[in-house]
Design a protein around this ligand. Structure first.
Ligand SMILES: Nc1nc2c(c(=O)[nH]1)N[C@H]1C(S)=C(S)[C@@H](COP(=O)(O)OP(=O)(O)OC[C@H]3O[C@@H](n4cnc5c(=O)[nH]c(N)nc54)[C@H](O)[C@@H]3O)O[C@H]1N2
Ligand SMILES: Nc1nc2c(c(=O)[nH]1)N[C@H]1C(S)=C(S)[C@@H](COP(=O)(O)OP(=O)(O)OC[C@H]3O[C@@H](n4cnc5c(=O)[nH]c(N)nc54)[C@H](O)[C@@H]3O)O[C@H]1N2
Ligand SMILES: [Mo]
Length: 763
């Protein structure tokens, strides 16, 4: 039998064997650019790392709730218990914490991507449950573009920030109008395999491949293969973290050579004069010339100067990949690029201006206005406490301390219990050594998981949940052509259950009505039928049973012509932005007024603490780019066949330039010991001239493996043992995980086995 299912990495078909077991998963034959991550589905589904029964950490069971360094220790064992015991224990502990310390002592931010599927969305389900028992300390913003999400509303207003994601200059508009696409951070095809919620077919990447003949692409990055094949992009090397200098130099040339669009700056922006004074060096004595930028970025001055002239010669679009803002002062490249686009004066023209998401997300710029989708209701949270999500370790390590966020001063509440479902902090957070000490402070750590991830291995109570292939659901991404069914394909293994059932049972023990007496089948029908009633849903959309039998329903494909800023461009007085001035704020009086040490009122270059030119680069002499994995989504199904096929010497690969490898006596296939000031890991060596010398690269997502600390903090190559838990700035408090300075040497000692994908020992 063949059925269809969906993941964030796309829709796929699965074949079932005679006993109903999963035997194959493959992309739809007509998907123009299917993701290789589909190749992880079969291996991952019944892997030995699945959580089969509720389990309680031995130390927690013996000693009761409380701080413990044993959390996450490879020696710690678990005790498997029945559902009634697990739920009674958990309900009792939730009552103890809530009654004794208040609901703010429960952290339920639970950041993470979870699975596709609108009903069984792990975070929505958890938040609804916690809201029904009185609320929780929550998290805001994200790991993807947390700096931009907080910065941009000040510069372009709230509505335009949303439209910048949902209604950007689209691929079809680029193909029709754009002469030159200048992209900082490249255009990674592998990243566009992923769409939040998945797409029926990869329409975004198909559209991208059509711009090749008409649009010239210049890709500024440290990696040549960051650009889509087929686009014939010109690679211009720039050292990581130094783009702001290059962008300021481009503005310098526009200003010095009389190429800036003064009329646009006068009518649509504020602060251009302050920017001019800064790039001319009037405000700080340093003219931001191409020669100045070349010394910082290693990008040739001549190429910067010529690029500025090329940009004014036709319709130019500037793109910034998300990764640039996941670094120290990550706000600056985005702010500088907006400023550059304003000086070019093409913001709001078809095919011109600025985008922020090409090469980062597969749904970006498909050109279809997103419609509302069925959504599981979370209710409201009566607790006011919040953190920006990337401050999780600070929250646990610094209770009662104050911190700045978006111009406010907030206080970290005292957390006793953290509840995580659908995320993997030992994948997503930086400086895992520090994160471990943070989780050691908790009284209790609860995790719902399909697999024994490193996060589950740090939990006190682990509840086994049905995966996306083991429950009925429905899925669609933004701009998708179809709302698709995700039928249950097999039964869950062991005693794994749907999360909706778990919260219903916990609610009954705590006197809270979470499931409203409905089964998940009834909830699914209700979500769909409520969506069918929305004015945005086309008349004639069939009732649930018909939808289910048909495997889905087509969604409206309204192609927008007016991208974000088009109306504002035509008339900034009748269509002002939601900023204090109603214009684009190249200089923000609001941000300036926050009086922060690490950020001024306009885009600026300030030397990071860690870059190739800094004192730390003597010991740690290579700049590591830690970017998204091609053959999986983050850490999901890293044990799967497609992900494992990318490993070198059984570990996550590290890519080095031939000169850097030769200087260290490294050959392809060697094991390398990679060290930073934060920690160390083992990685497999891959040599390639696709990188600038001095730059190395590893993908995120290898499962954290602390089983041989005498050799390295992680023997499987999880980059986050190396990265720094340092915020982008006190304005946005976002993560800086994309970059860290490292040293690399050959590992010749005994080679410990990888134990990351083994379940814990049970006692
Ligand atoms: N150094 C560095 N770090 C980074 C990044 C970087 O570029 N560099 N990128 C960052 C970014 S952009 C992101 S978005 C984050 C991603 O970080 P995460 O979103 O936390 O990573 P995932 O591996 O997707 O974690 C999802 C988890 O949910 C589990 N899961 C799947 N389905 C279900 C379900 O139905 N129920 C439950 N309870 N669990 C389920 C999976 O097994 C998996 O463990 O990582 C960030 N970390
Ligand atoms: N296959 C796959 N696709 C994914 C994901 C996945 O896990 N797997 N994750 C998804 C998620 S949640 C997100 S948020 C997006 C993230 O999308 P991005 O943040 O755009 O993705 P990255 O791969 O981290 O970075 C893209 C490229 O930026 C370059 N870069 C990094 N720092 C700098 C810099 O300072 N300057 C310049 N010029 N270039 C730099 C790197 O060379 C890197 O290859 O990807 C999504 N797509
Ligand atoms: Mo992300």
């Amino acid at each position: 039998m063949t059925l269809s299912s969906s993941a964030h990495w796309g829709t796929f078909e699965v074949d079932l064997g005679p006993g109903g077991e999963l035997v194959a998963a493959r992309p739809h034959a007509d998907d123009p650019n299917a993701s290789p991550a589909i190749g992880n589905v079969v291996t991952g589904h019944r892997h030995r790392s699945r959580v089969l029964r509720p389990a309680v950490r031995r130390g927690w069971l013996d000693d009761g709730p409380g701080p413990s360094e044993r959390r996450g220790s490879p020696e710690e064992t678990y005790v498997e218990v029945g559902w009634d015991t697990a739920l009674d224990l958990l309900a009792g502990e939730l009552s103890r914490v809530v009654d004794g310390f208040g609901n703010c002592a429960v952290y339920g931010g639970s950041y993470g991507w979870s699975s596709a599927g609108r009903l069984h969305h792990a975070q929505s389900q958890l938040h609804r449950f916690l809201n029904r028992i009185g609320g929780y300390t929550r998290s805001v913003s994200d790991y993807s573009r947390g700096a931009s999400l907080v910065l941009l509303p000040h510069l372009i207003g709230k509505a335009a920030t949303t439209e910048f994601r949902s209604r950007p200059v689209s691929w079809p508009q680029i193909a029709e109008h754009t002469d030159l696409l200048v992209t900082f951070g490249g255009l990674r095809r592998s990243n566009t395999w992923v769409v939040p919620g998945g797409h029926d077919r990869h329409i975004g990447t198909a559209a991208a491949s059509r711009v090749g003949g008409t649009t010239r692409v210049v890709s500024l990055t440290a990696q040549r293969d960051d650009a889509y094949d087929g686009l014939d992009a010109e690679w211009v090397g720039v050292m990581p973290g130094t783009d702001t200098a290059v962008i300021l130099a481009l503005i310098h040339v526009l200003d010095a050579d009389g190429l800036a669009d003064d009329a646009f700056l006068a009518t649509h922006t504020v602060g251009a004069e302050k920017v001019r004074a800064y790039v001319r060096g009037e405000s700080d004595g340093i003219p931001k010339t191409p020669e100045w930028a070349a010394a910082i970025s290693r990008t040739p001055a001549e190429r910067i100067r010529r690029l500025a002239h090329e940009m004014v010669a036709g319709r130019t679009l500037v793109n910034v990949a998300y990764a640039l803002q996941r670094g120290e002062r990550g706000e600056q490249p985005v702010w500088a690029a907006l400023t550059l686009a304003a000086f070019l004066g093409q913001i709001g023209l078809p095919g011109g201006g600025l985008t922020h998401g090409y090469g980062s997300m597969g749904d970006y710029g498909v050109g279809v206005a997103p419609v509302p989708l069925p959504t599981f209701p979370q209710g409201t949270n009566p607790v006011a406490d919040l953190i920006p999500c990337a401050r999780i370790a600070d929250l646990l390590l610094r209770p009662g301390e104050q911190f700045a966020f978006d111009g406010q001063v907030l206080t970290y509440p005292e957390i006793r219990l953290a509840y995580w479902a659908g995320g993997n902090p030992f994948h997503h957070h930086q400086d895992l050594g520090r994160l471990r000490s943070a989780f050691a402070r908790l009284d209790t750590f609860v995790v719902h998981e399909t697999h024994w991830t490193p996060t589950a291995r740090h939990a006190d109570i682990v509840l086994p949940v049905a995966s996306a292939l083991e429950r009925d659901d429905l899925a669609a991404g933004a701009g998708d052509s179809r709302l698709r069914t995700m039928p249950k394909i097999t039964d869950p293994p062991g005693e794994a259950r749907e999360e909706l059932w778990i919260y219903g049972e916990l609610g009954r023990r705590l006197g809270a009505d979470v499931d409203e007496g409905l089964t998940s089948a009834q909830w699914l029908r209700q979500l769909y039928e409520e969506w069918r009633e929305l004015p945005s849903t086309p008349a004639g959309t069939p009732p649930f049973d018909e939808f289910w039998a048909a495997g889905g329903v087509d969604l409206p494909q309204h192609r927008y012509q007016d991208a974000v800023f088009a109306a504002f461009r035509r008339d900034p007085v009748t269509h002002p932005l939601q900023t204090p001035s109603g214009r684009i704020e190249l200089w923000s009086a609001t941000i300036d007024g926050f009086g922060l040490d690490d950020l001024a009122g306009h885009a600026q270059w300030r030397e990071p603490d860690q870059w190739w030119g800094s004192p730390s680069a003597v010991t740690y002499d290579l700049h590591l780019l830690a970017n998204q994995p091609s053959h999986r989504l983050h850490s999901q199904l890293d044990m799967g066949a497609a992900s494992q096929a990318t490993k070198v010497a059984g570990r996550e690969p590290i890519r080095l330039h031939p000169d850097d490898a030769a200087a260290r006596g490294l050959a392809d296939g060697d094991l390398a010991l990679v060290r930073s000031a934060q920690g160390s890991l083992l990685a497999g060596v891959r040599i390639t001239d696709a990188l600038l010398p001095g730059v190395v690269q590893m993908h995120t997502g290898a499962w954290f493996d602390p089983s041989a600390p005498e050799v390295a903090d992680c023997v499987n190559g999880n980059v986050n043992v190396l990265t720094r838990d340092l915020p982008t700035s006190t304005l946005t408090q976002s993560n800086t995980g994309a970059h860290v300075l490292v040293s690399v040497t050959r590992h010749d000692g005994p080679t410990p086995p990888v134990r990351a994908y083994e379940p814990p020992a049970f006692s």
